[in-house]
Structure formats: C-alpha cells, structure tokens
Design a binder for this molecule. Sequence first.
Ligand code: MN
Ligand code: MN
Length: 450
Amino acid sequence: MNNIWKKVSSQEKEQIYNFAEEYKRFLNLCKTEREVVNYITSVALENGYKDGFSNKSEKLIFSDKERIVALYKKGVRSQKGGFNIIVSHIDSPRIDLKPRPIYEDSELVLLDTQYYGGIKKYQWFSIPLAIHGVILNKYGRKQYIVIGEDNDDPVFTIADLLPHLSRKVQGNKPIDEALPGEKLDVLFGSVPMDGEKEEEIKKYALHILKEKYEIEEEDLVSADIEIVPAFKARDVGIDKSLIGGYGQDDRICVFCSLKALMDIKENIHPILLLFVDREEIGSFGNTSAKSKFLEIVVKKILEMEEDIKPYDVEISLYNSRAISADVTSAVNPNFKEVDDLKNSAKLGHGVAIVKYTGSGGKYYASEASAEYTSYIRNLFNKNGVIWQTGILGKVDEGGGGTVAMFLAEYGMDIIDVGPPILNMHSPFEISSKADLFMTYKAYKVFLESE
Ligand code: MN
Ligand code: MN
C-alpha cells in the first residue's frame, strides 16, 4: 500500500498539515480567475518579480486581461534549450449572470444565470452562494464586488422544489431534464420599493445596488459576475486529513506550482509557469491555452537576451519540457464501479501521473511518450516524491481532457501530473493534505530538474 501517511515521518506529517493552512487561505481568497491572477501577481511582486511587458529582469510576470498570467525565471542554460514549463488553469465551474439578469417574479426578485463548465446542476441548489465580479459603469470606471464572504454580508441561493411537490416536475425524469439550466436563477430580494406600482421589488433591489455599490442596471451588461459557493474551505474528516472547498480543480495545482517556484533557489533551465483561463469550457477564447499568449511571452523573453531569428520561439517551445498540472479523479468508495481500481488514483496515495487523458479509444487524448513518462517517474523516485497512476475512469465510462494537448502541438514533451480529487466540479471538492504536499514537491523537483 502506497499510503503517504504510512510512509512519512512525524516531522513530515507536521509539514503536511502546516502546508494545508496557507492553501485553505488561498482558496478562500481566490474564487474567480481574476482573483487568482491578482493573487499570483501579488505573490510574484513580493518575491521580486517585475512586469515583463515593461521590464528586463531575471524574474518576470506577464499578465493579460486579468485572466491569464505567466511567470518567468531565468536559468543557467539558454532559453533556446527549452523551458521547464508547468501549466495549470485558473477557472472553475460556476454560475455566471446573464447580461440582463435582474427580474421580478411572484413578488421576489431573481438573477437570471447561465452556468459555466461541467456542473451537476442539482448540487448548486439550496446552498449559500456569493457574488464575485467586476463591473464597468457608463463612465468606464471599473469596480470589484464581493458579496457573501464577510460574516455580515447577505448570501444568495437557488431555490429548489420541496420533495412534497416534485413528483411530477422532477420525480422520474433524468436529472438533466428535471433541472434545466434556465431554472438556476438566484434569489436576490423580496422587499418592495415605497411609492412604486410596478416591479417594485426589482426597483428596491436596484435602489440598494445604486446606494451601496453605485451600480445601475445597464452596468451589468458590461460585467463579469460569477456566482460561487459562499462557504470557506474546511478540514474534512475526524483526523483533519482532507480539505473540502470550492475551486480545487484546478487551483490546487495553481497553488502548488506557484509555491514551488517561489521556493526554488537555483534552476538550471529557465522556468515558465503558465496559468490559463477557459479550460472548463474547452479552452476557447483570448485568455485560454489555445490563445497566442504563450508564444508572445516566449518571444518577449527571447528578445530580452538574444538576437531573435525566425523560428527561435518555435525552437525553444519545441525543446521545452512540460507538466500539465491538473487534477484527476479519486476513487470514490460510494461509486467504485466507474473506476479501474488498478489504475485509478486514490486520496492520500500521492500525486498522480496521468500518461493520457481523453475518452473511449483515447479520443482527444494527449499522451506522453514512454520515454518522457520514464523521465518523470525516475525524477520523482529519485527525489522522494510519492506518486501513483491516475486515469479518468474505466474505458468507455466517460472521460475528459486537459490543456496538455494544446501545448503538445509545439512538439514539447508534456504529461499530466496532479492530485486526485473527490467531488470534482461540485461546490465542495475534496483533496488530501498529503497529496497536496506531494504535488508541491513534485512540481518543485520538476522545475529544478536538469
Ligand atoms: Mn481541471
Ligand atoms: Mn475541470
């Protein structure tokens, strides 16, 4: 049995528990991709990184649109020999507001929404929700709002149907039919505005928005507003060995790679950490792994030091080695039947090496070669990183992919390495503190590797 808790010393156990405390704080601060970008930027600035678009330095931040960011650290070797790259994604499944969300119905005011990413809709009913986002008013003034995180804040919720009356509407239907996306509307208020005859409850809600937040209804058209779980990350289990919290796919890898980079003293190869948005909807858009951002960043870095020749960007990306840092599914004892227990990852058994993703006949899979998998395995073995294999369920059971395939297009070697997660894509995802620590260790030895 490869159980980490059985293999580590009591001193390391303490390290594992301590490491998780900072991670929980990070999860509580970072519930949207913009919040993650701002967190990464502030940590990097504190550690001497400078803005890469306007500076020359050995440690640079490249950030765009508050939704994609890269960190660069110079190595001993030249950039053309390739970078050690870790890529992770900063977006998580959630519920977004529509451009004109506010409406009144049955003397309640509600927010109309559209979900983002692969959610199981029923998990988002009847739980406390918070509103996070950014709004631009008619003068273009940008404003950040977070409502529902402070103890004095109100929270929001999506009202479900009581069991007494759900027999026909929900009862025997497939779960997706029983809960269509248009029913995920958020309860926003119930008090009518004095002296109004029509839509008085909506008007009162708008009045509060104006008074308290200086927001007008039309401002919501130019806004990125996300509805996320309002609760904080918590220890799970009587032994406090697990962490429950929102957005661990993939912010656990964001946190571990960022922490690993900040803790590195010397690196042979230049390092690039890439944090991308839009993974949960297929990596479409100008801040996704499919965007040209990585190429622009590499070009900027090369221009700093050498006379750049045609194809230099391509050559240095081709020569790079990468980890696609993303979570994999953990065996769930309640639903063991979907897993191949020989190959699936288990909580507490270490960071998972996932040789390939995809589904069915390896469709849409990025698969690491035997040689590169061997390199990673040996690196972990040599450096005391406890690892296991991971696979996304039984063949034909379903499946999924990561951003690995988009970086693989440059010809670099890339492999998926990340911790297993239970409850993936739910408002309360579960990770193991032991796996969290091993993931950090794995990324660190990779970034330091020759
Ligand atoms: Mn993911
Ligand atoms: Mn995901």
